[in-house]
Design a protein around this ligand. Structure first.
Ligand code: NAD
Length: 478
């Protein structure tokens, strides 16, 4: 089938490449000329596993990139709108990019096309798109249907999530559009793709569920899903704070809570709070949607309050360990909003680094993929970007772990001890066991667990890892 994808960011690029991978002819329209040139040359614009391989495999065969909507609209069966919907200054999602794209599409409709919202949009946006196409775009109503196919991929495992989804939500209000979407996703729904693909064996087998809904329900599913996940993170962070205050251990508590199949173990990792381009924006937007509809969703305000508090608590712990921050040098490991991505949008790590710099600290930061993106956000003479974890740590007054990159969970702790000017580690992602840090002679402060001192002979809080090892704990926070 012929597919057009508008926007080649984290979602659009993965969507376009994966549709090519399952056998469709794809045109990807991207308005940013720098990104476009890079993609036309076959260079990945995001740090995402399998994207370089898919680009190499499909460029100019199953996929091509263009800046021209007219070029993209040569009788596609479906057009997927994957442009950004960032928070506007008033906190609401800015849908101007979506409606710009819709107006462009309207003037080029020549045959029946399904116009699919893949960007995350407020419930009811489908109706507005329909009106926009008819009134402002002047499109013939027999030439299109509006559908919503929300995207659930996670940065860091986006290609795998797309090709081996745990669910595919097809939101349509007419059978013609539903048939087109079913046919587009057929290789994934029937399992034909997984059966024949040699290069992209799914990391896990899941039972694919196709959920067919109305457009409005699909729109609301996406916001409800993200807000629910964000709520779990804030919930476990609140429990971690109680654990810290009472001497309980959050690892043990989370393992005990998550073992209940009605609850499950995912998204029960405490930390410095959720971030990224989706959760903060989507929680905010769902609150507004509720308000507009006469319902006060204060639970979400609390989720946001707890989330912001986690960063402050991290800084407070650092200050109580080291005193005033001005003039002290901190090694920071991690700048992206979570591991395995170069995305720094609304990164809690970046927010903490900004606070350190504002308070006069010196920072030596390392991240495996996000330094280029972070550089634009951290314009200070007091920050330097290191070439490795150990280079960042060398001579620092404390090590701060801010992102859950796998590399940061397997440091040589004795080397860390030797490189640090003072043996303090504040871990915002609980990547280590307190007893191993104690064993390496490090003063270790983490989230929801007793701090262990570098010098005391007292037995550090014993950590029962059995449960947490048996349960595959997910990537942290977002
Ligand atoms: P992004 O900012 O990375 O990508 C958007 C791209 O669209 C940019 O490259 C931009 O240049 C391009 N663009 C904007 N207007 C255009 C136009 N008129 N024509 C052509 N190109 C245009 O954003 P993203 O992270 O890919 O997110 C896109 C949407 O998907 C958002 O609504 C987001 O909430 C949602 N979403 C994101 C994720 C995620 O993990 N990033 C996951 C699920 C859903």
């Amino acid at each position: 089938m012929k597919v057009t994808v508008i926007g080649s960011g984290y979602v659009g690029l993965v969507t376009a490449l994966c549709f090519a991978e399952i056998g469709h002819q794809v045109v990807a329209v991207e308005s940013n000329s720098r990104k476009l040139r890079q993609l036309q040359r076959g260079n990945a614009t995001i740090h995402e596993r399998f994207v370089p391989e898919l680009l190499k495999r499909h460029l100019l065969k199953g996929i091509r990139f263009t800046s021209s909507i007219a070029d993209g609209m040569q009788s596609p069966d479906a057009v997927f709108v994957c442009v950004g919907t960032p928070s506007a200054p008033n906190g609401a999602s800015d849908l101007s990019g979506v409606f710009d794209a819709i107006r462009d599409i309207a003037s080029h409709l020549r045959k029946y096309t399904v116009i699919v919202e893949k960007s995350t949009v407020a419930v009811g946006t489908g109706d507005k798109i329909q009106t926009c196409l008819l009134q402002k775009g002047g499109a013939d109503p027999s030439l299109f249907s509006v559908a919503c196919n929300p995207e659930f991929l996670r940065e860091g495992s986006a290609v795998n999530d797309f090709l081996e989804p745990d669910r595919i939500v097809l939101g349509t209000d007419d059978s013609r559009a539903r048939d087109v979407l079913r046919e587009l996703y057929r290789p994934l729904i029937d399992g034909d793709y997984a059966a024949t693909s040699r290069s992209f064996k799914p990391l896990h087998r899941s039972s694919k569920v196709v959920i067919e809904t109305s457009v409005k329900s699909a729109e609301l599913i996406k916001h409800a899903s993200n807000a629910f996940l964000a709520t779990r993170i804030s919930f476990i962070n609140a429990i971690a704070n109680i654990a810290e205050a009472t001497g309980a251990d959050i690892d043990q508590v989370a393992a005990g809570v998550g073992a209940d199949p009605r609850i499950g173990s995912q998204f029960l990792s405490p930390g410095i709070g959720f971030g990224g381009s989706c959760f903060p924006k989507d929680v905010d937007e769902l609150r507004r949607i509720a308000e507009r509809n006469g319902f006060c969703f204060d639970l979400l305000a609390e989720v946001q309050r707890i989330n912001a508090g986690q960063r402050q608590r991290f800084l407070d712990k650092l200050k109580s360990a080291i005193g005033a921050l001005a003039g002290r040098k901190f090694a920071v490991l991690g700048l992206s909003f979570k591991g395995a991505t170069d995305d720094v949008r609304c990164s809690p790590a970046l927010a903490i680094v900004k606070r350190l710099l504002e308070e006069g600290a010196l920072v030596s930061a390392y991240d495996p993929a996000a330094i280029d993106n972070a550089r634009h956000e951290l314009l200070s003479s007091r920050i330097e970007f290191a070439s490795s974890s150990y280079a960042a740590i060398s001579g620092a007054d404390a090590l701060l772990i801010l992102t859950d990159w796998p590399d940061f969970a397997c440091l040589d702790l004795h080397r860390v001890r030797k490189l640090l000017a003072s043996p303090i580690v504040v871990d915002g992602r609980n990547l280590y066991r307190p007893d191993e840090m104690h064993g390496a002679g490090l003063h270790y402060i983490s989230i929801g667990r007793a701090a262990v001192s570098a010098t005391t002979d007292a037995e550090p809080a014993r950590i029962t890892r059995i449960a947490t090892e048996a349960i595959d704990l997910p990537a942290v926070n977002g």
